[in-house]
Ligand binder design. Structure first.
Ligand code: IPE
Ligand code: IPE
Ligand code: MG
Length: 239
């Protein structure tokens, strides 16, 4: 249930966040990068709770990209361990938090144990309505290629004709099938690029880039991003 503040316009229905800056946060403190990821997981918990209290319906977070495998085995292993811990806890608290989980990305490259946790979290939360989409081993280009392949397969099997394909139909082949496009995409850490995040879904999203590092990101930063979003004039190609 949304805790509505009558002085504020409604928040976007769908907010997406590139959770970036964990490594720099750790470096500034002389800590290992994994300590930054651990602090990043806490920031995620804070923001997910805050989004729910605001009445945001969908929160999509970039947790691990198809490119992040390039990092050291130690760092990748540390991130996977944190994900496991997070999901185990989320499964225990499922009834209390009532968050619906979805995972965008190619999970087949994750350990069988982690894959099972993802499937359990998805299956056990289908009836909840605030939805967190976790992007894990996610790449926007990879997502589009997979969707094209799946459609082509149906054409080859005679189930579809090439001319059936519309933007709406194509969306159904993406990981995000059924989820409305994000209105607002936030990237903390000072970087101003998409890094292969939601390439299709971001066509008309408002981007807000912020200088704060993700582990330091708090509700007041989300408020700032939402306020910036409300100052934008969204024209969608019109006038
Ligand atoms: C984001 O933080 C987390 C992942 C990409 C997994 P980074 O680890 O990229 O942090 P920086 O960009 O090096 O500071
Ligand atoms: C994007 O951050 C991926 C995630 C936050 C999971 P990166 O740190 O991987 O992006 P680049 O390398 O700065 O583009
Ligand atoms: Mg980074």
């Amino acid at each position: 249930m949304a805790l509505e503040n009558e002085n504020l316009p409604a928040p976007p229905r769908h907010i997406a966040i590139i959770m970036d800056g964990n490594g720099r946060w750790a470096k500034k403190r002389g800590l290992p990068r994994t300590a930054g990821h651990s602090a990043g997981a806490e920031a995620f918990r804070r923001i997910a709770n805050y989004c729910r209290s605001l009445g945001v319906e969908y929160l999509t977070v970039y947790a691990f990209s198809t490119e992040n495998w390039k990092r050291s085995q130690e760092e990748v292993g540390g991130i996977m361990l944190l994900l496991r811990k997070y999901l185990e806890e989320a499964l225990l608290d499922m009834e209390k938090n009532r968050v619906r989980f979805r995972f965008f990305g190619d999970l087949s490259r994750l350990s069988p144990q982690l894959q099972k946790l993802c499937h359990d979290a998805e299956n056990r939360s289908v009836s909840y309505d605030v939805q967190v989409n976790f992007c894990l081993n996610y790449g926007g280009r990879d997502e589009i290629v997979r969707a094209a392949r799946a459609f082509a397969q149906e054409v080859a099997e005679g189930k579809r004709r090439p001319e059936d394909l519309t933007e709406g139909l194509f969306s159904n082949y993406l990981y995000s099938a059924g989820v409305p496009d994000p209105e607002l995409i936030i990237r903390p850490s000072g970087e101003m690029r998409t890094s292969n995040f939601l390439l299709w879904q971001s066509a008309y999203a408002e981007y807000v880039f912020m200088d704060v590092l993700w582990p330091d990101f708090g509700p007041e930063d989300l408020d700032k991003a939402i306020a910036e979003y409300h100052r934008r004039s969204r024209r969608f190609g019109g006038v």
